[in-house]
Structures are given as structure tokens and as C-alpha cells.
Design a protein around this ligand. Structure first.
Ligand code: 2PG
Ligand code: MG
Length: 419
């Protein structure tokens, strides 16, 4: 019943209309399916997506990666017990022991690893989150990305993600309602102030208005929260993705038209945190500056300092960050590292060292909702999956609604204790 009989990969399109890898895994009992998401502001230490680089899809086709799934990977996994995720992932790593998975492709490996886990859950007749932990009951606090900048839109904002975090409500479903109401109100505010077109959205469904400064964006968000009646129950979070506005030669950052050295930039963040209820800042600095992150963390007090491009869900980089005190939270993305087991190792190490875990989508997504189950399955404090709008983002949030419903009285929303 649980032996893997067939592994089948195919090329599908993601939310940017670009090719990605989808994998189906079959046992006698059931089928499991998953697909690889894709980043735009990727960390340089991430697992490599193999792209065909030929005349199809502007070179972005993934037929080579799909072919790896349908040949070497399918052969290596056939007959393995689908419930033994660790053994499956080890088999994948034997096929591709390289640091950045350039032999099989991070895209082929992630889609396969997750499809196996989903097939195991389906074969056992349980939910994916229950497969990860039969006692799971914690619902993560959502971070809704409502204004898109950086590499995710042409708004002109240097900072990539402006998020609202409804942490002062009682249930996940109430947090989602708050997110939706504030998103709607923010659209109206932006349209009134910046005119038609201000409601156009970026890659993650957040608005991409042509605002002049970071503060203009934060002001509009604060107003939307207030107008919607949520007051202090909703806080703010940023993903700076600072590598995208860092000049490695000059060692300066360019924000709101100003070139700033590292310490000035940290001072600028401090000012922002004094003016607005910012609870979390992701990638405040260049992705190699472990020491700078530690310094920023000291200077930013209680604000969570989150490592994304800095850590790339990579245990070695995370261990280094923990030694230096660089971060207070890990951003967990399975496709940054490759297999589910490696990502779980990073999450467990983070938790063991008192760090928070934020399970994250990518800017290029499919309607695969695995990250919702992963967040519940590992008891992650937070999840970020984009705006509370657009199908591929809502796939995750709606899945969390269903999990909350299924858990019933056992559901535990982490709320303010997530920070
Ligand atoms: C990030 C992610 C997801 P991307 O920087 O955190 O929001 O963006 O997938 O483009 O790397
Ligand atoms: Mg990021």
C-alpha cells in the first residue's frame, strides 16, 4: 500500500505565467501532488532552479528538470516506503550531493520531495499537517503583504514587502477577515490619493502605487488599519530584501533616493520603528553581512530580525547566524534548500535556539497549498503568503481556514504570543 509505484513530473505555469515543475507520486493507495515555487529576489546561496535556456518561454522552460524527475529520480524512488520521508530525501540527496543541487535541479527536488510527503498523507488517509505531527494544533499568525516594492513591482519603493499582521485577534479566521478588510480599505485610500492605477498590484498581490517614500506607504497602511477599526490589534512588518538596493562596490544602500552606509540605514530603520508599530523586519541588510545583522538586532530592540536571503533555509548558514546572534527568526522556504527534510532540520534548529519560524511562499507560486500544512505541522509562529487576494495566495490562507475548522476547539491561534 505504501510502496512508491510511480513518479511523474510535468511542466506547468506559475503565477507569473512562467514554467515550473509539478510532480505526481503514486502508491497503490493514493496519489500526492506538489509543485516548485520560484523566487524573484533569490538569495545567492539558494538551491538552483534548472531552466532550459533555449527558445521556449524566453529560456525559462523546465523540461530538463522534468526529465530528471521522470528518469533518474523516478528510478531511485520506486519501491521506497512513501511514509519514510527522511529515506526518500536521502535518496534524492544521493542523486545530487552538490551544494546548490545543480545536477537534478532544486525545482525537480522540491516538487518531488513535497509530492512524496503529500502522497504519504493521502495514502494514510490523513491530512498533510497530521502527517508532519499528529498532535499539531497551532495556527500561525498571517503576515499579509499589502504593498509591493523592490523586485516585485515597479512602484519605485526600495523596500520589497509592506505587511500587516493581525496579531491581536482570537482566531486565524478573524485575522484573515482583518487582512481582507484592511486590504480593501487600503485600496480605496491609495486610489483616492494617487488616482486611477494605484490599485494595480505586484507579484504577491499587494498594491503597487507610485508613492514617493517608504513613509508614504506606511502612512497609508496605518490609516487603513485605523479606518477599519483594528487599531493596535494589527501591527506592521517589512521585508526589505536589502541585497536588491545594496551597492557592493560603494557599500551603500539606496532608499527613498538617499545613499546610506550600513549604520545610517539601521538608524533609518530605528526611526521608522519609532514612528510606526513595526514588529518585524526581514533582510534589513545585504545577504552576506552576518555581523551587520547582529548589530541591527541589538539596535532594533524587540523588533524581530528575520533572515531570508541571509539564511536560505540552510542549516550551515543558520548555525553561523545563531553563533553571531544575527537573527531572531528564520524564514523557511523549502525550495531554497531543496528537500522537505532539510527545511525541517533548519526549522527545528531555529526553534531549539529560541528563534521564531516564519513559513513563507515565493513571489512565483502555484495553487499548491503545502505551506499552510507545513506551518501548522511544525507549529510555526507566523506564515507569509502574500496579499489576502489572488488565487495562488488565497490557496494557502483558505487552506488554513479549513484546518482551523477541522481542529475545532483544539485549534490554538498564536496571536500576540507569536512575537
Ligand atoms: C521573499 C520572497 C517571498 P521571492 O523575499 O521573502 O516574499 O520573495 O520569492 O521573490 O524571493
Ligand atoms: Mg524575503
Amino acid at each position: 500500500m505504501f510502496a512508491i509505484e510511480r513518479v511523474h513530473g510535468r511542466e506547468i505555469l506559475d503565477s507569473r505565467g512562467r514554467p515550473t515543475v509539478e510532480v505526481d507520486v503514486f502508491t497503490k493507495a493514493a496519489m500526492g501532488r506538489s509543485s516548485a515555487p520560484s523566487g524573484a529576489s533569490t538569495g545567492s546561496a539558494e538551491a538552483l532552479e534548472i531552466r532550459d535556456k533555449n527558445d521556449r518561454y524566453h529560456g525559462r522552460g523546465v523540461r530538463k528538470a522534468v526529465n530528471n524527475v521522470n528518469t533518474s529520480i523516478a528510478v531511485a524512488l520506486r519501491g521506497l516506503d512513501v511514509r519514510r520521508q527522511r529515506a526518500i530525501d536521502e535518496a534524492l540527496l544521493r542523486l545530487d550531493p552538490t551544494k546548490n543541487k545543480h545536477v537534478m535541479g532544486g525545482n525537480a527536488i522540491t516538487a518531488t520531495s513535497l509530492a512524496c510527503a503529500r502522497c504519504a498523507a493521502n495514502s494514510m488517509g490523513i491530512s498533510f499537517y497530521e502527517f508532519l505531527d499528529p498532535h499539531a494544533r497551532k495556527l500561525p499568525v498571517p503576515m499579509f503583504n499589502v504593498i509591493n516594492g523592490g523586485k516585485h513591482s515597479d512602484s519605485g519603493l526600495a523596500i520589497q514587502e509592506f505587511m500587516i499582521v493581525p496579531r491581536g485577534v482570537r482566531k486565524f479566521s478573524e485575522a484573515l477577515r482583518a487582512g481582507s478588510e484592511i486590504y480593501e480599505e487600503l485600496g480605496a485610500i491609495l486610489e483616492k490619493k494617487y488616482g486611477a492605477g494605484a490599485r494595480a498590484v505586484g507579484d504577491e498581490g499587494g498594491y503597487a502605487p507610485r508613492v514617493k517614500t517608504t513613509r508614504d506607504a506606511l502612512d497609508a497602511m496605518e490609516k487603513a488599519i485605523k479606518n477599519s477599526g483594528y487599531g493596535k490589534h494589527v501591527v506592521l512588518a517589512l521585508d526589505c530584501a536589502a541585497s536588491s538596493f545594496y551597492d557592493e562596490k560603494k557599500r551603500t544602500y539606496l532608499v527613498d533616493g538617499k545613499h546610506m552606509a550600513r549604520d545610517n540605514l539601521i538608524g533609518y530603520y530605528r526611526e521608522l520603528c519609532k514612528s510606526y508599530p513595526i514588529a518585524s523586519i526581514e533582510d534589513p541588510l545585504f545577504e552576506q553581512d552576518f555581523g551587520g545583522f547582529a548589530y541591527a538586532r541589538k539596535k532594533l530592540g524587540k523588533v524581530l530580525v528575520v533572515g531570508d536571503d541571509l539564511l536560505t533555509t540552510n542549516l550551515t548558514r543558520l548555525q553561523h547566524a545563531v553563533e553571531l546572534g544575527s537573527v531572531s527568526a528564520l524564514l523557511m522556504k523549502v525550495n531554497q534548500v531543496g528537500t522537505l527534510s532539510e527545511a525541517l532540520d533548519a526549522a527545528m534548529f531555529a526553534k531549539g535556539n529560541g528563534l521564531k519560524v516564519i513559513v513563507s511562499h515565493r513571489s512565483g507560486e502555484t495553487c499548491d497549498d503545502s505551506i499552510a500544512d507545513i506551518a501548522v505541522g511544525i507549529g510555526a509562529e507566523l506564515i507569509k503568503a502574500g496579499a489576502p487576494a489572488r488565487g495562488e495566495r488565497l490557496a494557502k490562507y483558505n487552506r488554513l481556514l479549513r484546518i482551523e475548522e477541522k481542529l475545532g476547539d483544539r485549534a490554538m491561534f498564536l496571536g500576540a504570543s507569536a512575537f
